[in-house]
Design a binder for this molecule. Structure first.
Ligand SMILES: Cc1ncc(COP(=O)(O)O)c(C=O)c1O
Length: 389
């Protein structure tokens, strides 16, 4: 393997949010969604070159950066975009907040399917809009999390203005299929909703499934879609704050851009350099990363099935490096606190919009030995819970 995903990088004592959470404690952080891997060498080289230039003025993307993004979208998703459709952003959460302010008024509803990445619910509330959370349905027939269209219809009102889609979905790791996306588009068109499609995990699909940007489904839905994307998750550069919205419709785009005016920071010189290298040169590294994550996924699934009675992964992990683990059979009032006592730091299911005690999320974007340690620690917690300890 030309790239090294096995070496454990030293992140303790660095600026890492993930590793700063448990100062002085032996708790392995497997919570926030960044990976314990060095970024692609192609990106590191581009950053070195940019640093060597030595001047870090206010930045605008150069044509080669735009071209790298435009070409990648066409090559990977047959999505031909015009460069003018791109709006650069310092983060996707910024994009969610801007979208809520741009396309809904105070008191209006912004719909999403839960459990979901917490900002889907907090972004609307930050500006006095209402989050309308509709639970995903776990269908036992095909063992997957699905959009519950009956409940969407029952929950939508004339005050609902926006739909926040997460595809691939964090935390349930679903890749929505064409028929599901078509049905969702029809729902948005019928109820006159703007669709904000967060596709930040779209290059982390582990199964042989295509990513379908919602905006590629047809002209009508494209005209009311804000797609949010970034190199951050895939290439492990979220700290560089570089993402973008793709908005085909000029009016929609103008409304979005107006909502950013004066409050949304520019993307930085280093962010643009990393983004260009990621999309243009990062493919060989990404391919190896996906292989490594697939093996990690299998290791985790085998371990949970074999060693953790009472813990289940209810549906296939189709994408992302996040495992949504059902721990409800353990009967723990506060599973995250319990597992922290056993030395592993997970994400709390309740943050994703469900009742505490049902799920925890484990980040398996790390060297295999780190994953093994985290799982062993979790197993100790499971056995203690079952023994009543
Ligand atoms: C679905 C989703 N959107 C957005 C983000 C964060 O994006 P950013 O760091 O660009 O704000 C994450 C991070 O985990 C995520 O999972």
């Amino acid at each position: 393997m030309p790239y090294d995903f096995d070496t454990i990088p030293e992140r303790l004592g660095t600026d890492s949010q993930k590793w700063q959470k448990y100062p002085g404690k032996d708790i392995l952080p497997m919570w926030v969604a960044d990976m314990d891997f060095r970024s692609a060498p192609q990106i590191l080289e581009a950053l070195h070159r940019r640093v060597d230039h030595g001047i870090f003025g206010y930045a605008r993307p150069v044509p080669s950066t735009v071209d790298a993004v435009v070409s990648a979208l066409e090559a990977r998703y047959s999505w031909k975009i015009d460069p003018s459709w791109l709006v650069w952003l310092p983060g996707l959460v910024v994009g969610l907040n801007v979208t809520a302010q741009a396309f809904a008024q105070p008191g209006d509803g912004v719909m999403c399917c839960t459990p979901v990445y917490p900002p889907f619910m907090t972004a609307p509330k930050n500006s006095g809009r209402e989050a309308v959370a509709v639970p995903l349905a776990l269908r036992s027939a095909d063992q997957r999390w699905e959009i519950d269209f009956e409940r969407l219809e029952a929950s939508v009102t004339p005050r609902t203005k926006l739909f926040f889609l997460c595809n691939p979905h964090n935390p349930v790791a679903r890749v929505f299929r064409r028929d599901e996306l078509v049905r969702l588009s029809e729902f948005c068109l019928r109820h006159n909703l703007v669709l904000c499609s967060d596709e930040i995990h779209c290059e982390l699909i582990l199964d042989t499934l295509p990513h379908i940007p919602t905006a590629t489904l047809g002209a009508e839905i494209a005209a009311r879609t804000v797609t949010l994307m970034a190199p951050s998750k895939t290439y492990n550069v979220p700290g560089l704050g570089t993402s973008f919205a793709v908005i085909a419709d000029s009016q929609l785009r103008a409304t979005f851009v107006r909502a950013t005016a004066g409050i949304v920071a520019e993307v930085t010189t280093l962010g643009f350099a990393a983004c260009e290298a990621a999309y243009r040169d990062g493919e060989p590294w990404r391919a190896e990363l996906l292989n490594y994550l697939r093996d990690n996924r299998q290791y985790l699934l085998d371990f949970v099935a074999r060693e953790m009675p009472g813990v289940t992964v209810e549906a296939p992990i189709e994408a992302t490096y996040l495992a949504w683990l059902n721990v409800s059979a353990l009967g723990l009032p506060d599973p995250v606190a319990h597992f922290e006592k056993h030395g592993v730091g997970l994400s709390e299911g309740a943050f994703f919009g469900e009742r505490r005690g049902l799920h925890v999320r484990m980040n398996f974007g790390c060297p295999r030995s780190t994953l093994a340690t985290g799982l062993e620690r979790m197993k100790a917690g499971v056995l203690a819970a079952r023994g009543g300890a």
